[in-house]
Design a protein around this ligand. Sequence first.
Ligand code: NAI
Ligand code: MG
Length: 366
Amino acid sequence: MPSHIHSVTKVHRIACIPGDGIGVDITEAAIRVLSTLSNTLSGFEFDFTTFDWSSKHYLERGWYMPPDGLEQLKKFDAIYFGAVGWPNVPDHISLWGLILPIRKSLNQYVNVRPTRVLQGTTSPLSSCATNPTDLDWMIIRENSEGEYSGQGGTSHEDSPNAIATEVSIFTRVGIERIMRFAFETARSRPRKKLTMVTKSNAQRHGMVLWDKVFYEVAKEYEDVETDKMLVDAMTVRMVLQPKSLDTIVATNLHADILSDLAAALSGSIGIAPSSNLDPTRKNPSMFEPIHGSAPDIAGEGIANPVGAFWSAAEMVRWVGEQKAADGLMKAVENVTARGVKTKDLGGNEDTKGVTNAVCAEIETLF
Ligand code: NAI
Ligand code: MG
């Protein structure tokens, strides 16, 4: 190599929060696969820092994140998250103690949830048995407001007159930025098609503004084909006409539910990834599989790590390592194509078996 050319190794600093249950197993698996990737390919490295923020420690210490937790996270290039929640802590305490403040405070207002049928796996939809590519969706979830705004309150809590409100917030700024992101996403995909999910027939204020802003933004994207679905009818269309959908934009609650359905329709909730993005890049973005801590299988070593690997690939892409991201996904699909799968996908491997196979595949590919 000529002396004036220096090979520069870029270091990506990653904060890891394994959390609870299978979040711990799949984060460990993701770190192993990412380390194999950076050892096999040159030019970049990952510097992992693990935070022990979990329900177990919450019960001992009384907090999920220390007071300067968000400030600590801001120093990283990206955050890798496992799952939070355990049966001995109410779920609203764990979610509002950890994952929701991160998403909100770090301006991660977009949640991207791709779904497709991976090679060697099967969809429960009969139409996809012959044409697995019929299901290839990109769900864009509003991640900062809507039904999960956190506004509301409870009065007379322990009395028969108990009253509670849960206020949905829809702002023009919040709607406009998610719609713009969804249109850009739709435009970047071959079909250039965006379906907007709503419930503006029954919810006549917030959802009506949601629809209105969608049609306003649509005028800037005349090359993108659009349509509108009420959320209840959307579940039917996802099952009966998967091919008719491509990019989908929905509110925080609607997309939360629809993306679990999407994951199940593509084979298992264990394969589905998500990216919590701050598109301004002023804060680190966060990557996590969509599943939870799965207390029913935690500690058994049988969690499907594919959703964790796919999330890791999206993180690698976000920090700028396109080739490594594509390679990781190729490795994952070569492994599923060979039938190396966990039980939820009809296979008989465990977490470690699939992880080993993906690591070996990365070494073979590069
Ligand atoms: P879950 O996603 O943890 O589990 C639902 C079902 O899918 C279970 O039967 C589980 O065994 C199975 N499953 C999930 N991931 C799997 C994987 N990788 N491989 C194989 N099978 C898998 O949802 P659930 O049971 O409703 O919630 C459990 C806890 O997780 C709760 O405390 C909940 O609040 C929390 N949670 C946290 C999330 C997060 O941290 N972002 C997201 C969803 C739930
Ligand atoms: Mg969910």
